[in-house]
Design a binder for this molecule. Structure first.
Ligand code: SF4
Length: 246
């Protein structure tokens, strides 16, 4: 399987090749490989990916989605972000309905799904036990995210799926000395922050985890409406840049 979109420039391909080969977190390496070897019964005929999961999408995207980490039997199985589990079903349907994806289904890395004007990344690239990376693992993986954020130059809106993605994006801005403190920015579903003049807007969004979607904390309509709003903000920001030159 070719994990990279043909549209990707070399620096992004090189970075994500490094991601795929990474073995920095012993606990996550052991877990992702154990899951890949033991498998879930329903997927016993699959050859699991069982490695760090590269980013996915349009390198010229104006919408950047920052998730959390791959799911053990989702992206850790298929090798593509949010692919092969209910979170992905939820996410990609919303992206399809708002024009960021060419189809609502995401079953395997070869299913024909293409993102347009959207790019998906994550602060942690290996599936963690109980979907919970520890702080050291988040720290280990952060350089990949930081390097990627520096390469994605057209982004106008960043949608953080959950508090960890939200915080990691702000830490990146802090390290770049773009924001002084994170305290002014509170995570909330639909909350939009202008972190700095001329930079992308930051939007909070509940993660489409099964826990959130099965309890109704996040509904399909809420997610679709959020991406529709992201699209509207992208167009507004573009118009503002054209007007002011910033
Ligand atoms: S979580 Fe990130 S840093 Fe840790 S092993 Fe996976 S890719 Fe490497």
């Amino acid at each position: 399987m070719e994990p990279f979109d043909g549209r990707w420039p070399k620096p992004l391909r090189v970075l994500n090749q490094e991601v795929i080969e990474c073995r920095k977190c012993p606990r996550l390496v052991a877990w992702r490989e154990e899951v890949a070897a033991t498998k879930r019964r329903a997927f016993r005929d699959w050859v699991y990916w069982g490695r760090p999961v590269p980013s996915f999408g349009d390198p010229a995207a104006r919408l950047l989605i920052v998730g959390l980490a791959p799911a053990a039997h989702g992206a850790n199985r298929t090798g593509r972000m949010f692919t092969g589990d209910r979170s992905g079903d939820f996410l990609y349907r919303a992206l399809f309905e708002t024009g960021f994806a060419n189809q609502p289904e995401s079953e395997s890395a070869n299913d024909g799904l293409v993102l347009n004007d959207a790019f998906i990344t994550a602060p942690v690239r290996c599936a963690p036990p109980d979907n919970k990376p520890n702080p050291e693992e988040v720290l280990n993986c952060r350089p990949f995210l930081e390097r990627e954020l520096a390469l994605l130059r057209r982004v106008r809106v960043v949608v953080a799926l959950g508090g960890i993605g939200f915080t990691q994006y702000l830490i990146f801005l802090q390290k770049q000395r773009i924001v002084r403190s994170r305290a002014a920015f509170r995570f909330g579903h639909g909350a939009v922050h202008r972190t700095h003049d001329g930079g992308p807007l930051l939007m909070g969004c509940y993660h489409p985890s099964q826990q959130n979607t099965s309890t109704g904390k996040l509904t399909a309509a809420m997610l679709r409406d959020l991406f529709a709003e992201a699209r509207r903000l992208i167009e507004t920001e573009e118009a503002s840049v054209r007007r002011t030159g910033r």
